[in-house]
Structures are given as C-alpha cells and as structure tokens.
Design a protein. Structure first.
Lengths: 1516, 67
C-alpha cells in the first residue's frame, strides 16, 4: 500500500507494480499528481511539470497492478511487517468512476461555485469538478461540505441552497424543478410556510438570513405567469396495488403524487367540494390565493390521481372491501374546539375552522348560505396563527375586530410579524386574558365577553390548565360575535370503534412514528390527523414519508425506512464568517427588502399582502447565499449527465486491505502565509504565494499563463520575491530546500512570459524581478548554473536582505518594501514599490498527515516530519512502513522520485517471496494483420494546453493533415496524452479501421511508448506509429512567429505522414533475463545497492578497484550532528557493519582489486570481463549499477600545497579526529589551532555547487568548537547552503560565535603566506568585508579549503566502456534530471552515489536503494522484449564483403555459412536482433545495400526527406 | 523589397544526443530559424550518403549531421 499519489508515491507504485506486486495507491484527493501537478515548469531544465508528469500519471492510471483509491485515508493499520491489515475510509465521490467519461456536461449546469483549491483559491470552480485537465483518474467528483442548515431544518428537506443558486443564475425552470422534487406546493409554501430554514440560515449570524420563502415564491410566480404546461400522466406499474387516500389536503396529495409517480394507482376521497384541505379552507385568501392552490393541486391530479370530491368516507372498512390494498388517513384537523365556558352556546358564537371555511367558500357573499350570521363587532379568542387569520379575515369583511388570548404578548404562538400586521390593520389585541364567560342578551345572543387579567398560567401533567388571575381585574369587551380559535382536531367519526384503528387521547390516530402505520394492517395515517395542527411543510414531509412506507408495505419490504447518507449539518461560526469577510470572500449586505401592499389597500379586500420580488431583486437576494453545503444536490448534474454516472446518495465506506508493506509518501503543505501577517497575504490582493504564482504561470492555470495582478488584472512590471517565508525563522528551524530554485524559475518564467506577450501586446516585454533572500541554496545538479542564468542572462536582481514588512500603497495597491542591501553598497535603507509580491512559502507537514503518523505509531519530529536515521533513511520507526518524499525532510522532485524508488526497494526486499503472486499481466488483443490493407492513416494534433496551441494554429494543422495522402482522419486535441484522449485514439483506430497512426505533439523520446501502447490496445502493431515533434522542435523554438510556426508544424506532420505510409509491422523478440547484478564500486552506494538486491534474492557481483571496500566512508571520521541530535554510531562502526553483512551474504560476491575490462550485451543479458589481480574473470549479469563515487578535489587554489597550515576539509577532519577522545589511536602531532579560517567554493565549485562542503565545513567547525571552545573560526562563503534540516547546524554555528563573511567570485579572498616562507607558520587571509566595505586581514593559524567532490578519475573511461554519457562537470548523466534520476538512457544501467553528484551519506543510501529498485525491475522479469528497430540483412543481396563486420561498433554482424548470399554463394552476413543496437552504421556502409534498419529504412527516410522539401514552393 | 535569403536546412540528428539536445533547446525556449528541420536518426551512423544527396537534390540549401 502506498499512501499519497504525488510523484514519490507514483514512482514507488510504478516500481513495485512493474516488479510484480499488487499496489493499492491511497490518495486523499480526487486525483493523483500531488503538488507537482500544480507546478508550471520545473527547474533547472524549465521542462513543463505537467508534460513530464502526465505520462507517469497515465502509466499509473493504466497499470493493471495499481489500484488507485481516491478520496481515501488510512484509519489504522494492524498486524506486522509482511502481514498488515489496513483499514481505510473512502469518501463518496458521488460520481461513478467507471461510468464518467469526463465530458464536462455536469460542470456546465452546476450552479454552485466554490474556491478552487487546486488553483490555490485564485478562482472559483463548480461543486462538480475535475482537479485539473489531465487528472487521473480522469473523472469528475462532487464536493459536499455537508447539509446546508436550511435544508436540514426543513421538514421536507427542501434544497433551498440549490434553488437559490439557480435563481442567482436566472434559471427559473431549473429552480422550480428543484423545489418540486421535495415539495409539490412551491407556490403555497412560498407564501405561507413558517420557513424554519431562515431561522437557522448561517447568513443570519453575519447580517440577516436569506429571504428563502420569498425567493421560493418568486420562482413560482415566474413559472406561473406562463401558461401551465400539460402534465404527462404517470405510468401505472402496479395496477393491482390500489391505494385509497382519505383527505385531499397537502399531506394526502403529497402522498398521492409520490405513489402515482412510482406507478401505484391512487384514489383520493375528499368530503369537501374543493381539494386542498386546510390550504383551501383554512388559510385566508389574502395570504394564499385560490388560483395557486388550484394549479398545484391540478398538477398532482393530472398525473392520473382519481380525485373524488364531495365524497365523505363514513366507513373505513368498506374501502378494503372495494379492493384497496392500503388506506391512508389524511383527514387533517378540521374540527374546531369550543371551550366549555358559560355562554359558549349562545347565538353568535362560532368556531374558527367553520368561519374561515365559510369565508373561503364565499358563503358570506351568498344570502342563502347556511353560514352563521356575523355581527359588526367581533371578538376572536386565541393567540395562534389561526386566530390571527380569523381576525384579519374579519377586518377584511369590514368588521371591528378584537382579539383576546391567554398568553402574554411575548408568548403568543402566532408569528410576531403577523400580530403586528393585524394590529396595523386595526385589530385590537388583548393578551394575558382569562375567558370567564360570554355574556348574552335576553334572546340568547352574544352581547359581550367577560375577561380577567392573567398573571400566570401553567399546564399540569395530564394537560389540565391552572390560571393565576389578577384579583379584581374583571372587565368586559363589547361584541356581538365571538370566534373560538383555541385549537383544532381531526374528525374521526368515520372510524368505527371496532375497526382496529387506535385513537389517542388527543383525538389523533395512533401510529408508529417511523412508519406511520396505524394499528390496523394496511392502514396508515399522516398529517394533522396524527400530529395535531401543524404547518403545511410538515404535512408535505409526512406525505412523503407515508408514501414511502406504503410502497414498502405493498412491495412486501421491511416497513422501517432504510438509513440514508449521513452528512453533517454545516454550521458556520461567527468567527469563520468574519474571517471570510476579512479575506474578501463575502461582504456585509442586508436582505433585499420585500415589497408589501399598503395597509389601506390591504384591508379593502383579500388581495395578497406581499407583492414579491422582481427579477433583479430576487437575483440580488439569491447572491447573498453562502452556499454552506457546497453541493446543494439541486440535481442539475443528474439531469445533464448522459451516462447516469451521478449518484448523490453515495455513502462513504470502509475497506480492509491485507498488505505486506506500506510506503508513506503523503507529501507536504505549503506554509499558511496569512499567519505571517507582516507580509500582508490575505489583506493585500497583490501579495500572492509562490504556489499561486505557479498557477498563474501555468498555461492550464486560471489566467492561461498570463501573470496578472489580482487587484486589477494588469500585467505587473515589477515583481518582488520574498524568500524564506515559513522557513528558517523562529517557528521553522529548517530550510525548505526548494524555494530558492523555484523563485529563480518563477522570475525567469515571468520574464519569458513578458517577452512572449510583447508579440501581442507591444510594450509588455519589460518586467523587473527582484529576489530578496538570505542565502541562495542552489545546491544540486545544474542548479548553480540555473541561478546564475537568472541573474546574468535574465537580469533578475538578487538582494541579500530579509524583508520585515510589506506595506500597501492605498492609491494603486502597489506594495512597498523597505530594505537595505549592504552587500550591494546600499547600507542606507530605501523604499521601493512593486506591482506584485510573491512569497516563497516553505514546506510543512499538515495536521492530517501528522495525525496519520501518530495513528500508525511512527516517530515524528517536533514539526511532524517522519523521523528516520542516517543509515536507514527510508525506514520509519515501525517495521514494514517506509517513507519517501518531503514527509521525511523538505526536498525537491528528483530526490522524491529517488526515495519513491528506494522505498519500493525496501518494500520489495521485505516481500520478495510474494512477488508475482497477485500481479496481473497486461493483455493485448491479437495483432491485426495489415499486410493486405490499403493505408489508412489517422492524425492527432495536440494543443498541449497552450504549449503548442499558444504559438501556432493547431486546428489548421489538423485540417491540413486531412488533405495529405492516405489520411482518413485528422483532429486536434487539447492534451493528446491525457487518459481520455488516449482512450479516444484507441476507439478511433478501431472505429475507422486505421492502420497507421500519427501524433503531432511533443517529443517521441517521452511520449512515443504511450501512444504505441494505445494502438497496440487497438490491435495494431506498435510500430505502425509515427510522431511529429511540433512542440520541442517547433512551437517552443519559433514562439515569435505564428504563421511560420504553423507552417513548420504542417511540414513536420506531412513528413510523419509520409513515413507512416511506408511503415511495416515489426515483431518483438523475447530474450530471457540473467537474474544477476553487477555493481561497480564498493563504497556506501555500491554496498547498499548490493545488499538490497541480494536481499531480494538476486545474486550480486561487486567490483572494487581498491583492495578494500568502503570508498569515501574510509575518509569519514564523524558525522555532522547537532547537539540535540547526536549520532552515536561512528562511520567506522557503520562501515564495519556493512562489510560484515556483505561478507556474510551468500548471494554477494566481492571482487576486490578488480577492474572492469569490457562489457557487452544489453539489458537483461550483459557479459563482462573483469581483471582481478592477475586473472580475468567473466561474469554474466542482467543489470549494471555504477557506484564509482567521487574524490575530493586537490588543486592549487588559495596556495594549497604551499604551507602545512593549509588543508582541505577532508584533511582537517582527519586531523581533528586525532584530537578526539579516543582519536584514532595516534598522538596529535600539534596542538589545535586558535584561529581557523575556512574558504568555501574552491576551484571547480565556482562552476557547480558541490552540495556537501558547507555542511562539512560546519561539521568540522563545530567539532573544533567542541574540542576547543575558545577557537576563533571564520567561514568565508558565497552562501551557506545548509538545505533541509542541515540548517540546524548553521544556526548552532552562529550561536557558538562562528563568523561568516560573504564574498563574490570577483572579489575572492587572498591568501598571504608567512613572509619567512616557513610552512609551519600561520598565514593571513585578506578579504573585503562587505558590510563594512573594508578590506580586512584575518590572521589564521590554519586555513581550511572547502574543496569540492569531483568525479572519480576513472569515470571517463568507464563512461566510454559502457557507452554512458557524463555531464559537463564529469558526473554521470541521468536519463531525465527530474523523473529518471538513477537511470541511464542506456537501458539496464543505473547509478547511485557520488558518481551521479556530490551528496550526503543518507542521500547516497536512498539513491542506492532507488538504483536497486530500478535494477530489480529488470531482474524480476522472466523475459524481456528487445528492441525491434534493428538491422536486418537481406542475404540474397549480400556479397559477404565484411564491411558490416568491420564497421559495427558492437561487433554484432557475422558471416555465417548457414545463409547463402548473392547468386546463392554460401556465406552471408547475419545480425542478431537481440544484441543489435540499431545504430545503422552497417546499413549506411553496406555497398550492396543489403541491410536495412527496421523502422528507419531507406525508403521511409527518403520519403520523409522528399515530404520535407516537396512543398516548399507552395508554402513560401 | 529584396527578400532575405532563408536557407532551407535539413538536420539529421542522433536520437540519443543531438535530437535530445534539440528537445532541450525547446525546453529552454532557444529560438532558431524555422527553416531548420530535424529528421530523427537512430544514430548518425545511419545517415546514408544517399539521404544527403537526395536532400540537396530536392532543394535543401544545407544539410547538418549532428550526433
């Protein structure tokens, strides 16, 4: 199991999978790629990060032995090395990986926007997203923070956030659809809902809640102003399962809708002449217009519901005899309550429900009606919403209205705003009244009411009311009509006592609250008839719930509802909201006011009081939504998805993995720059982090690669880079190791981009970049040169100064830096303005990774980095768990890759016996014969983001390709190498029966194998493929001329097509592998590689030139360690232990005093001869690991050799060792010096950084301080390059008073020998002290020169012998500086240790493990498949002239008598395909032209040349 | 205006070195005239004199063999 899908984890996974292990790759994000995928370019080659990582992403994604588990995290790991059980949690993705084709349709409709974390929050993305275009797995995912509180609070779970987002976008229909999904009565709820959603709205904590109800009403108004669309009746799927619903109120109708939509026939019985229940008969018209109710009821009826009005059910049982399988009682609570007080039965006393119903049915306009007559002065008794409805209705009938209730004003159950509205309309409200009696006239008509003031009241346990009255407070209200409005209950008379349906004391139906099943089978009850009076939204919820229950009952399922997804409710704290305001993500904004009718217009009739939003104000109100849940489940994506790939009900899961070893590569997080408030990040818009800047530079980033100031979108003219933000400070005692180089790169790219923009926007070419830094840590291969290039060639200004504060110019949002630069003769502080400031943020380990480390029981340091030891750098403190990448120490890409491979080697050593037991072999379809087919060429032209498409006309090239002979298909793709396009090529090849494929994109060196594999999967021979390099050799080098570059891309494509036409399928040769390794060099690197490979079961030969093993370890006397972390093992002990292991290992053979004479063969099949003492030994082996090390440079710089007092660091170390307690057994020859000066960067170090010298100097200086604390030490340096944790040594050295003086190469220190010429006397060092600007002479007892490591003197010879290349400093050159750091371009040969570049022991060990991992990749294969592009002899043309035999540099061709040559003469040339290198020398020289190099035949090449030149005239 | 002579040059480059170097030139964004076209060779050893002759015959102004 590999944890972390960044580059280290990917490399570890690939190495292990290729070696025959099954790998689970645990990635917490939705795609692998890690931080590298976010980067623009990589230093020092300026390769595009995405272009380099993309083929690896695809390889990981397609590897049959790697299972990528995205959205996953490790919970715990039990068991022991070799047999672990890991429990992982997998977050739901909500999109099925297998079904998603990444078409983007869902993104187009998603209304929710959220800050894009991949783009470092520079822009927003949708809730449904793909991390980046090339993401693997290539599929979308949905972000959910949880349930928005509005939805959680709503009984019907209305997706308020969803429809609000859609309203913001002006998508009324979609918004309406979202509401209707959970609520059949949007127009009704938009008016009368009690909107609990608003009460809990997070926005309320900031200013005011969103006016959700008004927005809902707005949507229905928008929809209902258009003609009603015809409803398609639902399809009846279960005709036998008929359901009767009693009551056509909101609950019964909701259930009816759900049931019929699921295919169940429904009949609704309604006693009244109209449907809608209380909505229609209880709620006054001024709150809810009849037409809205009728429309929404009709929408349900039209689905095919059989609605029987005026149909009172008197007998429940009769419904079952009529054939109904289930009955739902949803009769509501229509019976008002008449309190048993004196006078309750007088004429003029009426009940609320009756009153409202009679008004609603228009009975008071009908003289003939049976409605009880009303007087002119009406008293309403009750303080609830219904009482208010009665009062306000009576006002509208032109009456004088009073309202009295038991509760105090503050405790009245009615909404405050309603009470206020009633008062505004003239209702006299008397709270806190006890209803004593209704006073009657002589003829028993109401004449008034006697009341008393209430001081308090309470209910006892059995519901009895106890009222404390104010003595003597009796008073009267004169009225002629009294309306009781003190509660309602269901009318349940139709249920016979013996029906088996239980009734509660409160006159509601007894039900199981989970299932809403009544006590009689097949009978269900819901709505007010079970709950008592409730709000409409609760009836709707109840209706949904009972419908589901009824369906489960009818389908014979368990009645209890299944558990749903368990998402948390998103509660935003006030603090979080304030932070969002501070970051500028949201701003204070009150509710958009909702217009209402004026009072005089209200009481004149029953017109709606609320007027509703117009479009503009609705969208403005909707825009206030905070989108708390992120995804709102508005289902727009579900409707848009053509593949039904989206499943919002997905739930998280847990999985147990049985695994043998674990590699932890969880990576780092960048320092949270807002914590360093002095830099203004988060406050000043034009201060960005380096990772944000990477995204801006990236062609696929949010600004398409154009650097723009966030405040005003203008190209910056002056950019400042501030180094060491979150590194090398009080809170971080380490150096983040990469920031110096990436800042140099970002500065270079800024200048490059500006130059490129000059083409389209003249005047934008000049940009000034200034880097503020402490030391430049350009310590690795090619870094020093790169850094110099930034300074010298690009004019980046480097200023040695740590900026303490960034200020903003409020006028233009420029940033003001105050600094002094004594090193540049600028001792007086100055202030400069910059357009942008980039903070070079350092690396940290995130809390979640630290938690993981603790959970797994591995040791972490105080910063959360994984603790490892010097000698076993990839081993965590727990057996079987290995570590790679920055989790161990800050580091860059090549080292992370090395460690990925190295950790794989450790895992492989542990699990070697299980190799191949679970692995799957890639299967290809049988190869199609194309011999008799006409040529059909498909051409795919790549934009490579803007890498090609930004510099030439890609679609035009594709169009042009269509005109070329035999081309039957041509198209352009954004990223041809992305997983989806590769799959598309396979599809197209099959569909169009292509038999040759051409890709015009980047370089075949990196991408050809990927596409060859693709056409192989399409059933074609992989050699029927040709590439045109229109990026590296066209768009990138002709970026200034659009037309010329386009024409050249056409030409290159034409050439590729011409060659493709002549391509032949080539067979692949299988060769068995010799499972043994040859390691050249017996130092730390060689020995560690050998031990690992032998540990994996492969025999190893070590060839060492010296008579003993150990290499440079023999020169080491102690290790660099800080006071806090001493290293107790000495180098000698470590070396002895290594040699003992080598000696004891049965699979390792050591050849000491031995030298490699000759090697021939190829990957898997090498044969070498070795001179050992006087004998010559021959070894057969499958791989070679070069670990020949390096030596300390000895030159004459700084008068080395002229005085005994001038030593190199290595010599000084040996000298100090003699003085150490125990020393090396010898008496010190002279006392320790008092004054020591060290000079860094000697000789070749002026060209390349030898990486270890600074640390070695500190190590030796600290050792001297330990042995002689009073010694004065001065280190003259260009920079102190103690990267990573080595920074701690630097800090300690400064604490101990070691002095550091900076110099530049043009003002190097001068060494002055003692004038007496006595070699034992002190010397003096003269140097310009840059801060004082004064030349000083440093009296020195001993001068120590930090001479660099240079390659072993034998390197050149060995390079020639093995045909491997070296770099310009003489070190061996890797195949790719970033992603193949231990491979050679020659297959089967690998490198480790100082032969590659100077490095520390732990780095050497990690690299040697990486080399053995890469070697094991060859050794673990049963067979390898050789190159098919080799020489082939046509014997019938061969004259046996021996030219080929003589010319071949590899001595491959032979004349054999088994073949007949020209004229059947016995004897012709034979070339063994397995060993032929395919160089073609023989073919070029053969006078008879009997030899052809397959895939570069004469015909193919000549066609290509002709194609190049033939169209010259046409293109001009 | 007199047209500047823009020689058409065909470069035969070794896959291992010169071709890779040309790729690197691209990575480093080193500009050079578009009239230089590169043909990848498995090795400069494969550059048959015929190729050079054919190139010149077809109108190339110069041939570069790099490896």
């Amino acid at each position: 199991m590999v944890v972390g899908g960044g580059i280290a984890g990917m490399q570890a996974s690939l190495d292990l999978a290729d070696q025959g292990y099954k790998v689970y790759l645990i990635e917490k994000e939705t795609a692998i790629g890690g931080k590298m995928a976010q980067l623009d370019k990589t230093f020092p080659t300026n390769d595009c990060a995405m272009c380099t990582i993309s083929p690896k992403l695809v390889e990981v994604g397609r590897h049959p032995n790697i299972e990528i588990i995205t959205g996953s995290e490790v919970l715990d790991v039990a068991g022991k090395a070799g047999d672990f059980n890991a429990r992982i949690r997998i977050a739901p993705r909500y999109i099925d990986l297998d079904d998603c084709v990444a078409c983007n349709d869902c993104v187009d409709v998603c209304p929710v926007e959220v800050l894009d974390v991949f783009n470092e929050k520079l822009v927003q993305r949708h809730a449904v997203f793909k991390q980046y275009p090339q993401a693997v797995p290539n599929a979308y995912a949905i972000t959910k923070a949880g349930i928005a509180p509005c939805r959680d609070a709503c009984p019907a779970n209305q997706r308020a956030q969803g429809y609000i987002a859609l309203i913001r976008e002006g998508r009324w229909e979609d918004a309406h659809r979202v509401i209707k999904m959970d609520n059949p009565f949007p127009g009704i709820c938009g008016r009368i809902c009690n909107h609990r959603c608003e009460t809990v709205c997070n926005r309320g904590k900031l200013d005011e809640p969103i006016n959700i109800r008004a927005l809902k009403r707005f949507v229905t108004d928008k929809i209902y102003e258009k003609p009603r669309q015809e409803i398609t009746p639902a399809e009846i799927l279960h005709p036998e399962d008929r359901i009767a619903i009693i009551g056509a109120g909101p609950c019964g109708l909701t259930a009816a809708q759900d049931l019929i939509n699921n295919g169940f026939p429904v009949t609704v019985f309604e006693a009244m002449p109209v449907a809608g229940g209380m909505l229609r008969l209880g709620v006054p018209e001024y709150r809810l217009p009849t037409e809205i109710i009728e429309r929404e009821v009709q929408d349900i009826v039209d689905l095919g519901v059989d609605l029987k009005l005026n149909h009172r059910i008197d007998d429940l049982d009769s419904l079952f005899t009529q054939g109904f399988k289930a009955v739902l009682i949803a009769v509501g609570a229509h019976e008002g309550i008449r309190l048993p007080i004196p006078g309750a039965n007088l004429d003029g006393v009426i009940i609320n429900t009756r009153f409202l119903r009679d008004v609603r049915l228009g009975k008071y306009q009908d003289e003939e009606s049976d409605a009880p007559p009303l007087g002119d002065r009406i008293l309403v008794l009750g303080g609830g919403n219904v009482a208010i409805d009665c009062a306000r209705t009576a006002v509208r009938l032109g009456k004088e209205v009073h309202l009295a209730c038991l509760e105090s004003r503050a405790d009245m159950p009615a909404h405050d705003w309603e009470i206020e509205a009633a008062q505004e309309e003239g209702v006299n409200v008397y709270p806190g009244q006890s209803f004593e009696r209704i006073l009657g006239t002589a003829n028993d008509r109401v004449r008034g009411m006697e009341l008393m003031e209430v001081s308090s009241f309470s209910f006892d346990d059995s519901g009895g009311l106890h009222v404390e009255k104010v003595p003597g407070s009796t008073h009267e209200i004169i009225c002629d009509t009294v309306i009781f409005s003190v509660g309602q209950r269901a009318g349940l008379a139709f249920i016979p006592d013996d029906a088996g349906v239980g009734i509660t004391k409160k006159q509601t139906i007894a039900i199981n609250p989970n299932t809403l099943a009544a006590t009689k089978e097949g009978v269900f009850a819901a709505g007010d008839s079970v709950s008592g009076t409730a709000f409409v939204i609760e009836s709707v919820e109840s209706g949904h719930k009972v419908a589901n229950s009824i369906m489960r009952y009818l389908m014979g399922e368990d009645l209890e509802p299944p558990p749903g997804p368990d998402l948390p409710v998103v509660e935003l704290s006030e603090q979080e909201l304030q932070e969002r305001v501070a970051r500028g993500e949201i701003s204070y904004q009150a509710r958009v006011p909702l217009p209402e009718l004026k009072v005089k217009d209200r009481i004149a009739g029953f017109a709606e009081v609320e007027v509703g939003y117009d479009e503009e104000s609705a969208r403005a109100e909707a825009a206030r939504c905070l989108a708390c849940g992120i995804c709102s489940e508005c289902m727009s994506c579900v409707f848009a998805c053509g593949k039904d790939a989206i499943h919002h009900d997905m739930v998280g899961s847990e999985r147990n993995l049985n695994i043998g070893a674990i590699i932890l590569a969880p990576g780092y997080q960048t320092y949270q720059a807002e914590l360093s408030q002095e830099y203004g990040f988060g406050r000043f818009p034009n201060v960005v982090t380096s990772l944000q800047y990477e995204r801006m530079l990236s062609a696929s980033g949010p600004t398409d690669g154009h650097v723009r100031r966030p405040s005003d979108d203008v190209s910056p003219k002056r950019v400042a880079f501030l180094q060491c933000v979150g590194s090398r400070d009080q809170n971080h005692d380490y150096c983040s190791a990469v920031c110096c180089m990436y800042a140099a790169k970002e500065a270079i790219m800024t200048i490059e981009h500006a130059r490129a923009e000059e083409r389209t926007h003249p005047g934008s070419g000049d940009v000034y970049c200034q880097v503020f830094f402490i030391d430049t840590r350009a310590y690795s291969k090619g870094y020093e040169e790169y850094y110099r290039r930034a300074e010298k060639k690009y004019g980046v200004v480097y200023t040695r100064c740590r900026i303490s504060e960034v200020k903003q110019n409020p006028d233009n949002q420029n940033l003001i830096l105050r600094y002094s630069s004594p090193y540049e003769n600028q001792a007086i502080p100055r202030e400069d303005e910059f357009d942008m400031v980039v903070l070079s943020v350092g690396m940290e380990i995130s809390d979640s990774v630290q938690d993981l480390g603790r959970q797994l029981g591995i040791e972490l340091d105080e910063y959360g980095f994984c603790h490892t030891t010097l000698f076993d750098p990839l081993q965590t403190s727990r057996e079987g768990l290995y570590v790679a990448g920055p989790f161990r120490e800050p580091k860059d890409i090549p080292e992370s890759v090395m460690e990925g491979s190295g950790a794989a080697a450790k895992a492989s050593q542990l699990l070697a016996p299980a190799r191949h037991s679970l692995a799957v072999v890639q299967e290809y379809p049988p190869e199609r014969s194309v011999a008799d087919e006409e040529t059909r060429i498909g051409v795919f032209v790549c934009h490579c983001g803007s890498n090609i498409g930004g510099y030439l006309d890609v679609p035009k090239v594709a169009e042009y390709a269509k005109t070329l002979p035999h081309v039957v298909h041509a198209e352009d793709n954004l990223y041809t190498c992305s997983q989806d396009t590769v799959a598309h090529i396979i599809e197209k090849t099959k569909e169009l029966n292509l038999n040759r494929v051409v890709v015009s994109s980047c370089t075949p060196i990196t991408h050809e194998p990927l596409f060859q594999d693709a056409i192989r999967q399409a059933g074609l021979n992989p050699h029927l493929f040709e590439m045109a390099n229109i990026r590296n050799q066209c768009s990138w080098v002709h970026s200034s001329d659009w037309d010329t570059a386009t024409n050249k891309a056409k030409t290159l494509t034409r050439m590729a097509v011409a060659k493709a036409d002549k391509l032949d399928p080539l067979e692949i040769y299988e060769v068995p592998v010799i499972h043994e390794a040859l390691v050249i060099g017996g130092g730390a690197a060689g020995m560690n590689a050998a031990l690992n490979l032998a540990g994996q079961g492969f025999p190893v030969h070590i060839v060492e030139r010296k008579p003993e093993l150990g290499g440079n370890l023999n020169q080491l006397h102690y290790f660099s360690a800080t006071r806090d972390a001493p290293i107790l093992t000495s180098p000698k002990q470590y070396l002895r232990d290594l040699i003992r292991q080598i000696d004891e290992h049965p699979l390792i053979t050591c050849h000491l005093n031995a030298e490699l004479l000759e090697t021939e063969g190829f990957k898997g099949n090498f044969s070498s001869t070795i001179q050992k003492d006087d004998e010559v030994i021959s070894i057969k082996h499958g791989v070679i690991i070069i670990a020949t090390g390096g030596v300390e440079y000895k030159g004459q710089e700084y008068k080395y050799g002229k005085s005994n007092q001038i030593k190199t660091q290595q010599e000084f170390e040996a000298y100090l060792a003699k003085h150490m307690p125990g020393g090396n057994g010898k008496e010190p020859s002279q006392p320790l010096p008092d004054r020591v000066t060290m000079i860094q960067c000697v000789g070749p170090s002026e060209k390349y950084c030898s990486r270890i010298c600074c640390t070695t100097a500190l190590k030796n200086a600290l050792k001297l301080k330990e042995l002689k604390p009073e010694a004065e030490i001065t280190i003259l340096n260009r920079d102190i390059r103690t990267y990573g944790f080595k920074e701690r040594l630097y800090t300690e050295a400064r604490e101990l008073g070691i002095r550091f003086i900076h110099f530049e190469f043009d003002q190097k220190p001068e060494v002055i020998l003692n004038p007496d010429g006595d070699p034992h006397q002190a010397v003096s060092v003269r140097i310009l002290e840059p801060i004082l600007q004064k030349v000083v002479d440093l009296p020195t007892d001993m001068l120590i020169l930090s001479n660099p490591i240079i390659p072993d003197p034998g390197t050149k010879n060995l390079a020639n012998l093995l045909k491997c290349s070296t770099d310009m400093d003489g070190f061996f050159m890797e195949a790719h500086v970033k992603l193949r750091p231990v491979d050679f371009s020659t297959d089967g040969i690998f490198m480790a240790g100082l032969a590659h570049y100077p490095k520390f022991l732990n780095e050497t060990i990690a690299q040697s493990l990486a080399a053995s991992s890469r070697a094991a990749l060859v050794l673990s294969q049963e067979k390898i498949y050789t190159n098919s592009r080799v020489a082939q002899v046509d014997p019938s043309k061969c004259v046996g002239c021996l030219t080929c035999v003589r010319i071949c540099p590899y001595h491959v061709p032979k004349i054999t008598n088994e073949l007949n040559g020209v004229g059947s003469i016995v004897g012709a040339a034979f070339i063994e395909a397995a060993v032929c290198h395919g160089c073609g020398s023989c073919a070029s020289e053969c006078p008879a032209q009997a030899i052809q190099i397959r895939h570069t035949t004469d015909i193919q090449t000549l066609e290509k040349i002709s194609a190049l030149l033939i169209h010259q005239g046409e293109q001009g | 205006m007199e047209e500047k002579f823009n020689p058409e040059i065909i470069a035969f480059c070794c896959h291992y070195c010169a071709y890779a170097a040309a790729d690197l030139a691209g990575s480093m964004r080193l500009d050079y005239p578009a009239s230089i076209k590169i043909v990848k060779m498995p090795c400069t050893g494969k550059v048959d004199p015929i190729y050079i002759l054919q190139a010149l015959e077809d109108g190339a102004d110069g041939v570069l063999v790099a490896g």
